[in-house]
Design a protein around this ligand. Structure first.
Ligand SMILES: O=C(O)C1=C[C@@H](OP(=O)(O)O)[C@@H](O)[C@H](O)C1
Ligand SMILES: C=C(OP(=O)(O)O)C(=O)O
Length: 411
């Protein structure tokens, strides 16, 4: 599929969306279950390509592990293969080979992993050549590039002969993802001690228990349905998102709070969340340090609803599936909105209706990034829009277009 044309439809909607499972929780459950030597214990695993790739690679004896474009799969498997002493070449898409991994490699080398860079220092591909424990049980690790390095180390920490204490240096981004890791480790019987003030996490040597584990629905994927309700011009539009938990392990459940300022009320129904429309705020300032994957969703809604938005905590967006800040700037301006860094301390300002906009239908370039496609698609509630390379959604949400076709005409 090269592109999709999404047509605005006039009628209101009251429907249900059977959300997919979380790829973040699935990929942690798969690594931990493998370390616990569990069999067929996991249910509700994500259909996301990132998770299907993790399953395929965990089951494979091939010496080459190609993670495609899955960040968690690359980082979690690197730590898993390294500490279990496997000989593997870790590789991925050209973009994956531009996403930094030196912080994790340095940490694993300090523990005793033999890892070589195949091409460029600090980046995949990697050659893993076994593990020879060096007696280290304490590491300093930067927290400001990706929390995935920390999650990767924590999950393998109980296998290390002396356990591991991580001292997190610098700013810590994406902290809820580390908390998710610790809670899933705990579910499989491994205790860790986190002291968030001292920024240390300690895991003693322990064994995981193979338990039955069911993965929750995906709050990051849910965010696009909040956008659909926010952008509908029918006051009685509503959606019920099935499978979401009230007390989720996922930090992106904060979307309920953010979207309450952008015109969406959400209520727990016992089987998910029901979304309805409310009056939005006239401007919004939000720190995305703990929920970077929501930034694109929120930018598009603010632009379309003419709500000026100040964003902080979005530096990590530059090293994700694409440089998401650049991608947002390029695509938002097609709709007349600008996104500019306003201060040297990484504060960004989104100004709706600041530039001349393109004629309808605008064609949105998606930069090999599932979240660009899904964040911009709800604009179809406002005007006709073209989404280029729509298959990118398979990374986290393969059934996205099928679900959207309940509300929007797609050709
Ligand atoms: O651990 C995880 O499951 C994730 C952590 C976040 O990455 P960073 O820690 O790199 O911000 C997030 O953006 C990504 O989609 C999933
Ligand atoms: C950043 C993401 O994923 P990853 O880093 O795991 O590739 C994402 O899904 O938005």
């Amino acid at each position: 599929m090269k592109k999709l044309l999404l047509h605005k439809v006039q009628q209101s909607f009251q429907t249900e969306i059977p959300l997919p499972s979380s790829k973040s929780e699935s990929n942690r459950a798969l690594i931990i279950n493998a370390l616990a030597k569990g069999h067929d214990n996991l249910s509700n695993l994500a259909e996301a390509r990132d998770t299907q790739t993790m399953m395929r690679l965990l089951a494979s004896n091939d010496p080459i592990a190609d993670v495609i474009d899955a960040g968690t799969t690359m980082r979690f498997l690197t730590a898993y293969y390294a500490v279990t002493g496997q000989i593997k070449t870790m590789t991925g898409t050209p973009r994956m080979c531009e996403r930094p991994i030196g912080i994790l490699v340095d940490a694993l080398r300090e523990l005793g992993a033999q890892i070589d860079y195949v091409k460029t220092e600090g980046y995949p591909p990697l050659q893993l050549n076994g593990f020879d424990f060096k007696g280290n049980n304490r590491l300093a690790i930067r927290g400001d590039v990706s929390s995935q390095y920390i999650s990767a180390l924590l999950m393998v920490a109980p296998l290390l002969p002396e356990g591991l204490t991580l001292e997190i240096t610098g700013e810590l981004g994406s902290k809820p993802y580390i908390e998710m890791t610790l809670k899933q480790m705990e579910a499989f019987g491994v205790q860790a001690q986190a002291d968030w003030d001292a920024k240390t996490i300690t895991v003693a040597p322990q064994a995981y228990n193979p338990i039955q584990y069911a993965v929750e629905s995906d709050w990051s994927g849910a965010s696009y349905w909040f956008s659909v309700v926010a952008l509908s011009d029918n006051a009685d539009a509503s959606l019920e998102l099935l499978g979401l938990k009230e007390n989720s392990l996922q930090g992106d459940s904060v979307v309920t709070d953010i979207m309450s300022h952008l015109g969406v009320k959400s209520e727990y129904t016992g089987r998910g969340f029901k979304l309805t429309k409310i009056e939005p705020a006239t401007s919004l300032e939000w720190d995305f340090t703990n929920c970077p994957d929501l930034a694109q969703t929120i930018c598009v809604v603010a632009a379309a609803k003419n709500i000026p938005l100040t964003l902080t905590g979005i530096e990590s967006l530059k090293v994700k599936e694409t440089d998401r800040i650049m991608a947002l700037q390029n695509e938002l301006i097609k709709f007349g909105a600008t996104l500019k860094e306003v201060e040297t301390n990484h504060k960004y300002q989104l100004t709706p209706a600041a530039a001349e906009r393109q004629v309808v239908p605008v064609s949105v370039h998606t930069y090999d990034d599932h979240r660009m496609a899904m964040a911009f698609a709800p604009l179809a509630l406002v005007e006709d829009v073209v989404i280029e390379e729509p298959d990118v959604v398979v990374k986290s949400y393969p059934s996205f277009w099928n679900h959207l076709s309940k509300i929007v005409t797609i050709e």
